[in-house]
Design a binder for this molecule. Sequence first.
Ligand SMILES: [Zn+2]
Length: 197
Amino acid sequence: MKIIPLSEGAFTVDASKKFIPFKLSEDEMADRNRGSLLVEIQPFVVITADDIILLDTGLGLIDDDGQFQLYKNLRDNGINATDVTQVIMSHLHKDHAGGLINPYTRQLAFENATYHIQQQELDYALEIGSASYNTDLLELLQQSDNLVLTEAETGFIADGISYEVTGAHSKFHRVIWLNEGGETIFFGADDAPSFHR
Ligand SMILES: [Zn+2]
């Protein structure tokens, strides 16, 4: 399997849940608002024998040239949006779910892909409607035929792809394992330590 990180850059985020670009080389950690987290937005694409799998989708940013950044990052690696066959979500915070929908067309960003989401995470996001989630976008997604929801705490998403709901970072956050040919990729998403101030 081949893993390709698709970085959208570093951002600082405080209680307002607004993502402010943070340049690691220029900006000072101490200048940020109190309680800020520094986050690196980085979906991954994994290429297996049969699939092109997107693990989370980033912020859904449009860059300075007016390009949908996720598409650009994929294209830079020789991948078209239509090539993606599976989109697997760890959780639905807006810095992970922003690229599920094309910001220009308001249609699914990956029309040929199956979108895998944990049912309780979607229900929770739509119900709570907090600043951490983009509910407009999730409502659009909900109408899609490409959506496959899982409910069990652990299980399989597809052949060789399993998950476990871990909570911790968000109520129904899950972690993912991809197995192929004796290799294992673990995707822990936001269940990871981060710098906190
Ligand atoms: Zn998150």
